[in-house]
Design a protein around this ligand. Structure first.
Ligand SMILES: Nc1ncnc2c1ncn2[C@@H]1O[C@H](COP(=O)(O)OP(=O)(O)OP(=O)(O)O)[C@@H](O)[C@H]1O
Ligand SMILES: [Mg+2]
Length: 324
């Protein structure tokens, strides 16, 4: 399998998504691919990993050729999304109800899905504006919804189609009712709501095609029962939405002690390693998804030189599509 341009890493909180995304990005950059790592981590871990402050525009990562990073702040994205909608809706309604409308829009943005919706819009934008990159790596947020959201474009597409249809019919009715009253007449083609819906439809079409044809999805997990169960559920739920996981990355594997070590610590490690081996075998058997990375637990946080080291433990195909 050839590696796709867009690569997504998902998984539960703290399993190592940011670490693995950064290591993978570095690996791609090292072979000369212009690579962008996009993080959505509210804790700004990408900045920690590279010891450099990033913001919502791609910035060159110091000390690593071909590597770029950006950090999206989900809260800020929700805020920006909200302002945009307020402004657009505000242009459509009378000044008298603008305040009430604003309140409604604010309420809508406090619902759980708003966070993902805003982020997803931004993901699409990043994908669209990524011509200068060979590879874009998304470090998704731990909320289960983010990856699943990627399966939405087709569904949204249909939905928008229906909205456009409804709107067209209502304009049609309105025009018929308003015959003779020229000033009240609205033309279908110039309707701003239809124009906006069409624009969104086009955006989701792009996202749907891109995700289907040029994206890979990986889940990061740890070798413990809880993490394995959660991953099993994630795989099933993604599959339900038509999204196949391309590979699993197992992080925080316990290193084995040397054979001549006999102390209590060594015995503990040996037991732990044996248990994890069983779990790894079970993962290989039951998931039917390739294990594309096995990363050992390090004593220290993964950054700097350690990151380069971890990158070598990722066994993924990073070749981009061969030129035709
Ligand atoms: N193999 C490893 N060995 C040692 N430390 C690790 C390893 N993998 C990750 N860590 C450390 O564990 C912490 C959590 O890792 P990371 O930030 O990559 O997880 P995450 O899944 O992105 O978390 P979040 O869900 O909060 O975004 C970090 O401090 C990281 O340096
Ligand atoms: Mg993270």
């Amino acid at each position: 399998m050839q590696g796709s341009k867009f690569v997504f890493f998902g998984g539960k909180g703290g399993v190592g998504k940011t670490t693995v995304s950064s290591a993978y990005g570095l690996k791609c950059a090292q072979v000369g691919q212009r690579t962008l790592v996009v993080s959505t981590d509210p804790a700004h871990s990408t900045s920690d990993v590279f010891d450099q402050q990033f913001d919502d525009e791609p910035r060159a990562v110091e000390g690593h050729e071909n590597l770029f990073a950006m950090e999206l702040d989900p809260e800020e994205e929700v805020e920006r999304h909200m302002m945009e909608i307020k402004q657009r809706m505000g242009e459509q309604v009378s000044p008298a109800i603008v305040n009430e409308l604003d309140r409604q829009i604010e309420l809508a943005h406090q619902t759980p899905g708003a966070y993902e919706a805003a982020l997803f819009d931004r993901f699409i934008q990043v994908m669209r504006e990524s011509d200068e990159f060979d590879r874009v790596v998304f470090d998704t947020s731990p909320t289960g919804g983010t990856l699943r959201l990627l399966s939405l474009p087709e569904f949204l597409d249909d939905w928008i189609e229906r909205l456009i249809d409804k709107r067209s019919k209502s304009i049609d009715l309105f025009e018929k009712a308003a015959i003779g009253e020229k000033s009240a007449r609205r033309k279908l083609e110039s309707d701003p709501i239809i124009a906006h819906l069409k624009q969104r439809k086009e955006k989701f079409e792009f996202a749907g095609t891109t995700l289907r044809e040029d994206a890979d999805f990986y889940l990061v997990l740890n070798p413990d029962e809880l993490s394995i169960r959660e991953t099993d559920r994630a795989v099933a739920s993604l599959r339900e939405f038509g999204l196949e996981v391309d590979g699993l990355v197992l992080n925080r594997i316990t290193p084995a002690p040397d054979d001549d070590e006999q102390g209590r610590g060594a015995r503990y490690l040996r037991d732990r390693v044996a248990t994890e081996r069983e779990r790894i075998a079970a993962i290989r058997d039951s998931f039917g998804i390739p294990l594309v990375g096995m990363i050992e637990t390090r004593v220290e946080e993964v950054k700097g030189e350690l990151l380069t080291d971890v990158a070598t433990e990722l066994d993924m195909d990073i070749s981009t599509e061969a030129p035709a």
